[in-house]
Design a protein around this ligand. Structure first.
Ligand SMILES: [Zn+2]
Length: 335
């Protein structure tokens, strides 16, 4: 797949006026959501039956399952991150558009003003859209992959590399959130999320969990990546401590460009990302990165497709505690 930046000529954009023409009202927007979700073959989200009555006389649940042992009503939002939302499909479509087209993100204050909803509603809407972006790769990355960590809250680049590990793991008293990402160069796809440690167990585990055995891996010289070699990966590192950033193919520039966009969003749009929700912010930037070669209408359709089968309750969202941390690897851990 050809690498390219957003805005290249073959990407099909969507202007604001075209967006409003496409979604003149909730009814049209709802039909669009249904088409993206079911592609014309409406299926009951409760039992999977496709014998469905449409146009049922119900205010919010226009579909009803005809299966004798189910008979449940549902809407296009049932069984998705939009479940139980009172916000109409038109505003949801516009919000999805704004999240996709603002490459540095959009604050809840801005969305609140743009859509005329309360700021807390806008905040919840944004987190639901971020949840839709939460996806692992469909298949293992074949590589070459780039792996890199970045540090949030404060200026990690001001910390000498030799001090980073000591300070960031808390022994030096600098408490930063750590985000790790793995980017597959051939497909340009990335997986990223917050982690608690930069130990080998964590960093090698993440590479191993998403990357095919024996793949080429590029990283910086962080010691924790060393056991990759014993797992059969061909790992090569650039020596950032020696001011070396590129040696032929050996670099982490692609994943670093994602970090740079993430930090521009942090400074320019969000100003602060709570630790509890950091994983969802990372999802947002990784998700936008992963669809960047699609046209805007196609991106919107992809987000709606990824909303299905997920659920985000407000109660859970405001509960204290870190979420969205990259799952510990489930492949064998022989190191
Ligand atoms: Zn059913």
């Amino acid at each position: 797949m050809a690498k390219s930046a957003p805005g290249k000529h073959y990407r099909k954009g969507l202007t604001l006026t075209a967006l409003f023409d496409k979604f003149p009202d909730d009814k049209t927007a709802e039909a669009w959501f249904a088409a993206q979700r079911w592609g014309g073959n409406i299926t009951c989200p409760h039992c999977g039956c496709d014998n469905v009555q449409t146009g049922a006389a119900h205010k919010t649940m226009p579909y009803r399952c005809r299966a004798a042992d189910c008979r449940k009503r549902f809407s296009t939002k049932t069984g998705t991150v939009l479940e139980a939302s009172n916000i109409g499909c038109r505003l949801w479509a516009i919000a999805i558009y704004l999240v996709l087209t603002n490459l540095k993100g959009i604050s809840s204050m801005k969305l609140h003003r743009d859509l005329g909803v309360t700021q807390s509603t806008a905040w919840f809407m944004l987190h639901r859209i971020r949840e839709a972006f939460a996806n692992g790769p469909d298949t293992l990355f074949m590589g070459p992959v780039e792996v890199d960590e970045t540090y949030v809250d404060g200026k990690a680049k001001n910390i000498p590399l030799r001090d980073r590990k000591r300070r960031i793991t808390g022994r030096g008293g600098v408490d930063k959130a750590i985000v790790v990402g793995v980017l597959d160069r051939p497909t340009g796809q990335v997986v990223a999320g917050p982690v608690h440690h930069t130990t080998s167990r964590t960093l090698v585990g993440i590479v191993h969990s998403v990357t095919d055995d024996g793949a080429q891996v590029y990283s910086d010289e962080h010691r924790s990546y060393r056991p990759l070699a014993s797992l059969g990966y061909c790992r090569e590192a650039v020596m950032h401590s020696a001011a070396e950033y590129v040696r032929g193919d050996i670099h982490t520039n692609s994943i670093e460009s994602l970090w740079s966009m993430f930090k521009r969003g942090y400074v320019g749009a969000y100003h602060h990302m709570s630790r509890a929700h950091l994983g969802r912010y990372v999802n947002e930037f990784a998700g936008r990165h992963n669809v960047r070669e699609m046209g805007t209408p196609q991106q919107m359709a992809a987000v709606v497709g990824d909303m299905v089968g997920k659920r985000l309750r407000y109660d859970n969202l405001v509960a204290v505690g870190p979420v969205g941390t990259v799952a510990e690897p489930d492949r064998s851990e022989p190191w």
